[in-house]
Write a protein that binds this ligand. Structure first.
Ligand code: FMN
Length: 191
């Protein structure tokens, strides 16, 4: 099983990045592949809503030729797409929202083109947040569940840890063990 982690925090070495480490270790320890991609150092413009991608068959088809093409290649290669993000204003970061909006060319629903470039893939969430879990993550999780329904993707679940004392919150045995257990649950469901 191939994983791609899209890491959406603008802080490349802090809480969300820290939570990704044990998750990735466990995936690799089980013989699966994982690609880790940070979004904050990529050039990914917001979707312009031009709908050009909807008239291009079998290709992504976005006229904005930026790093979203690299992300699309990784998504197409992966069996499971992991959205790793801090919760910002009850949703994901702007870096990740740009990627989510730019998913449009992976679906062909609204023009002359037909077919999907990503149907059937799994999507999972790794999140960090300052508020209590349910209150903090529920809107983002709901949005991703609906995106999955809309796009024919399989929503595979969420693991999150609350930021109580900055980085050390993500270095506890509980946080590390939880991230590893989540990785195993994704691998088990797949096999
Ligand atoms: C601009 C901004 C908005 C935030 N909004 C929320 C929020 O809506 N809910 C929440 O629980 N935490 C919120 N937080 C806290 C972060 O989600 C939390 O500190 C996270 O662990 C930071 O991850 P990072 O170190 O990877 O950037 C916010 C933080 C920032 C900087």
């Amino acid at each position: 099983m191939n994983f791609v982690i899209l890491m959406g925090s603008p802080r490349l070495t802090q809480n969300t990045a820290e939570l990704c480490k044990p998750f990735m270790e466990e995936i690799k320890a089980n013989g699966s592949e994982v690609r880790y991609i940070t979004l904050a150092d990529k050039k990914i413009a917001p979707c312009k809503g031009c709908y050009s991608c909807q008239n291009v068959n079998r290709e992504y088809g976005c006229p904005q030729k930026d790093d979203m093409y690299l992300i699309v290649d990784e998504i197409i290669k992966a069996d499971c797409i992991v959205l790793a993000t801090p919760i910002y204003s009850w949703y994901c970061t702007a870096e990740m929202k740009a990627v989510l909006d730019r998913h449009y060319g992976l679906n062909k629903f609204y023009g002359s083109a037909r077919g999907s470039l990503w149907e059937g893939k799994k999507v999972a969430i790794l999140a960090t947040h300052g508020y209590e879990r349910e209150y903090a993550v529920q809107p983002f999780e709901m949005g991703i569940k609906r995106l999955c329904e809309h796009s024919g993707l399989n929503y595979a679940g969420l693991y999150s840890v609350r930021d109580e004392h900055d980085l050390p919150s993500f270095q506890t045995p509980e946080a590390i063990g939880g991230a590893k257990a989540f990785a195993r649950s994704l691998l088990e469901n797949y096999n």
